[in-house]
Design a protein around this ligand. Structure first.
Ligand code: PLP
Length: 411
């Protein structure tokens, strides 16, 4: 089945809050900068993609509402950036008049050593999201298809559809990737598969054996992009052997990021580990210098900031337990998570609930735009921030507000 975002997502509305995206298909909205001739020259398959409209900055929302807000909306590291990374970035800024190393030599060298793969198997990106896009750019075209899951990271859908390729989105099963159904969905025209492990926004995971079984069913010509953005947080035994698979020469591109456990989301830097031949082709078509010098320096230093990584994982583990306990006590249904966020099934009116939480100074994401109209997603914060979230939710769930929203029970 081929679907666009708006087919999948019922009632896409969004409260006025930080960067939560809103998708729309109507470019001629009265804005004089939207000129019809320019629009008409753009391929139909691009015009059909739902546009991402960035929300207001948190500071602006705070100013408008006269509040101080706690941001638990974008799965960021609540402890801040790696201090060693910040120091290195500051030093690198002194060289900002120079173009940085487009090949990220030292960083790829360090990652190669850490992961025990040749440097030629590593590619840096302007966030791992850039690599999601370039994988589609080198592989897909009209008449071809790519497989992923419904209820997953929306950038996969955009990466596929921007190439004029067919998006095959397989439904989730119990909030998790249905790998069997995904293998069955592969067509002769399929060139690419995106899997998120763990998945955003459900926080679910499959183990290395399940993935090996899946990979055995995927024809060799199909590239599997294995997105492990939350890799460092996952405490499960037998979680991933993805790097081994790259070493064995499998057609798989593993994606990881400095945005989460290293706290460098604002620097925009992630990396991929995959076949050297694929990375050579990617290098030909992308921007020559995708990652800034400050980002490269920050990431290189953050890799050795073991104390920050250790604390980040610990605070997240405790936060997951704290939020889980609080939700259970309130009788609110949620999906157990191995990541740094939790999908909470609040029932009907999830959008309105997120809006009301914002007024109480807690920013969470309503999840209709990601395919879960009865849910919000909360990122794990510090203990105090998690408490504030639970207090605000408790207040709304027991108060008149929930009656006004017409909450019909648990999701
Ligand atoms: C599934 C998934 N992939 C990738 C990313 C990371 O993106 P980036 O490395 O570009 O910050 C995220 C971040 O939210 C994510 O949830």
């Amino acid at each position: 089945m081929t679907k666009t975002l708006s087919d999948r997502i019922p009632g896409q509305t969004r409260p006025a809050q930080d960067e939560s995206p809103r998708y729309t298909k109507s470019p001629h909205d009265g804005n004089p900068q939207h000129t019809k001739p320019a629009h008409d020259g753009i391929p139909q398959y691009i015009r059909e993609i739902d546009a991402y409209i960035p929300g207001k900055p948190v500071e602006e929302v705070e100013r408008e509402l006269g509040i101080r807000a706690i941001k638990l909306a974008s799965n960021e590291n609540p402890l801040g950036p790696s201090p060693m990374g910040v120091e290195a970035a500051k030093r690198a800024l002194g060289e900002a008049n120079r173009y940085p190393d487009g090949g990220s030599y030292y960083l790829r060298e360090a990652l190669a050593k850490r992961l025990e793969v040749p440097r030629q198997n590593i590619v840096m990106g302007c966030g791992s999201t850039e690599l999601i896009h370039v994988a589609a750019s080198v592989l897909l075209g009209p008449g071809e298809s790519a497989v992923t899951s419904e209820g997953s990271f929306p950038l996969y859908y955009v990466a596929i559809e921007k190439m004029g390729a067919k998006l095959i989105a397989v439904p989730l099963k119990d909030y998790a990737f249905d790998l069997d159904a995904m293998a069955r969905a592969i067509e002769p025209e399929t060139k690419l598969i995106y899997v998120a492990n763990p998945n955003n926004p459900t926080g679910t995971v499959f183990d290395a054996d399940a993935f090996a079984e899946f990979l055995a069913k995927v024809p060799e010509r199909v590239l599997v992009v294995m997105d492990e953005a939350y890799y460092e947080y996952v405490a499960m035994a037998n979680y991933s052997r993805s790097i081994e698979l790259v070493r064995e020469g499998k057609n798989i591109l593993v994606l990881r990021t400095f945005s989460k456990v290293y706290g460098l989301a604002g620097m925009r830097i992630g990396y991929g580990i995959g076949p050297a031949e694929l990375l050579t082709e990617i290098d030909k078509i992308r921007l020559p210098i995708p990652v800034s010098g400050a980002a490269q320096a920050a990431a290189l230093a953050a890799l050795d900031d073991f104390e920050h990584v250790r604390r980040s994982i610990e605070v997240n583990r405790d936060g997951l337990a704290q939020i889980g306990k609080g939700l259970r006590e309130m009788g609110v249904k949620f999906v157990p998570s191995v990541t740094n966020f939790i999908l909470v099934e609040v029932g009907e009116g999830a959008d309105a609930l997120a809006e009301e939480m914002l007024k109480l100074g807690v920013i969470v994401r309503p999840m209709a735009w990601m395919g879960f109209p009865r849910a919000i997603r909360v990122s794990v914060g510090t203990a105090e921030e998690n408490d504030a979230f639970l207090r605000a939710l408790g207040q709304l769930e027991t108060g008149a507000a929930s009656a006004k929203r017409g909450v019909s029970g648990r999701g």
